[in-house]
Design a protein around this ligand. Structure first.
Ligand SMILES: C[S@@+](CC[C@H](N)C(=O)[O-])C[C@H]1O[C@@H](n2cnc3c(N)ncnc32)[C@H](O)[C@@H]1O
Length: 296
């Protein structure tokens, strides 16, 4: 007797039902993404080839991807890809998976330039501190043709991936990558930026264990854990950024809405900033703080 050969249509239906029973988010989408990854087809092609029967190896490979997802591995680490600012980025467990809300930092940096608020609007120097996969630096390099980008991270593994992403997008010579703790790569005033943008680790250690296991057990702790109150990096960033900013330069930092008030106080204490503001995200929560270094 010949064994039954499952078609794409059947596998999509069965797997979606299975993932529903396992309470996996967006089960149909997840199934489509995993099957298209296994078959190296676009999701549209799955529907064009709906009745195509699959071979044993293809089914075994797909099952193993589904098992990984059911065990809690994030979909993006399984496929190795994540979209940010409509750019396809490689991701792996050395980097945090870029989140949609972080696009707000890119939007805000672009707005500063559009509004003519940079000392150098044509060829600004921009630092993405804690670049991870390189998402913010790559998006800004794509958008601002004349900009010089720096991307730094404490994790050499993250920087390696960020560099690979920059090369994939043809930006290998537009972004300078530096390893080190916060501003350490720029000490001695080796660079002064028009914009410093950062999405630092800002989860409070006290709350770390309440994170979904999908995040807590898979994404790098160094990318998430902001120590006490989640403010360790934010506090150091605000306190140390002054010498690395040009006069009139801008600091943009993503954080938890509950941290923004404290961040504004830290900006006041730093004394080098003349203007400060909190920016809301699409959920109408304060998600970012921006501050401008004084001219005088
Ligand atoms: C929240 S992730 C953000 C990654 C990326 N910018 C994004 O938005 O998707 C924070 C990043 O900061 C890096 N990082 C943590 N502590 C750092 C430090 N002291 N100095 C520089 N980078 C740091 C982590 O390795 C991680 O890549």
């Amino acid at each position: 007797m010949t064994e039954k050969r499952w078609t794409i249509k059947e596998l999509l239906g069965l797997t979606t039902d299975y993932l529903k029973t396992k309470a996996i988010d967006s089960p149909r989408l997840c199934t489509e993404v995993l099957l298209s990854h296994q078959l190296k087809k676009s999701r549209v092609d799955l529907y064009l080839d709906y009745d195509q029967p699959l071979g044993e190896e293809e089914i075994a490979g797909f099952r193993s991807l589904v098992r990984r997802r059911v065990k809690g591995e994030p979909l993006q680490y399984i496929t190795g890809h994540r979209e940010f600012w409509s750019l396809d980025l490689l991701v792996n467990p050395a980097v945090m998976i870029p989140r949609p809300e972080t696009e707000l930092l890119v939007e805000e940096a672009l707005r500063l330039r559009q509004d003519g608020l940079l000392t150098d609007n044509l060829t600004p120097m921009i630092l993405d501190l804690g670049t991870g996969s390189g998402a913010i630096a790559i998006a800004l390099a794509k958008e601002i043709e004349g900009a010089s980008l720096w991307a730094s991270d404490i994790s050499p593994e993250a920087l390696q991936l960020a560099q690979a992403n920059a090369r994939r997008h043809g930006l290998g010579d537009r972004i300078t990558f530096c390893a080190g703790d916060l501003f350490e790569p720029f000490k001695g005033g080796s660079a002064a930026f028009d914009i410093i943008v950062s999405n630092p680790p800002y989860i409070a250690t006290e709350e770390f264990n309440t994170l979904a296991p999908e995040i807590r057990c898979h994404e790098p702790r160094v990318a998430l854990d902001g120590r006490e109150g989640g403010m360790h990096c934010i506090q150091r960033l605000i306190g140390m950024s002054g010498p690395c900013l040009r006069k009139g330069g801008w600091l943009l930092v993503e954080m938890d809405p509950r941290q923004t008030e404290r961040a504004l106080n830290l900006i006041d204490s730093a004394e080098c900033f003349g203007y400060k503001e909190r920016i809301v995200d699409y959920r109408d929560s304060y998600r970012m703080v921006k501050a401008q270094k004084k001219y005088g």
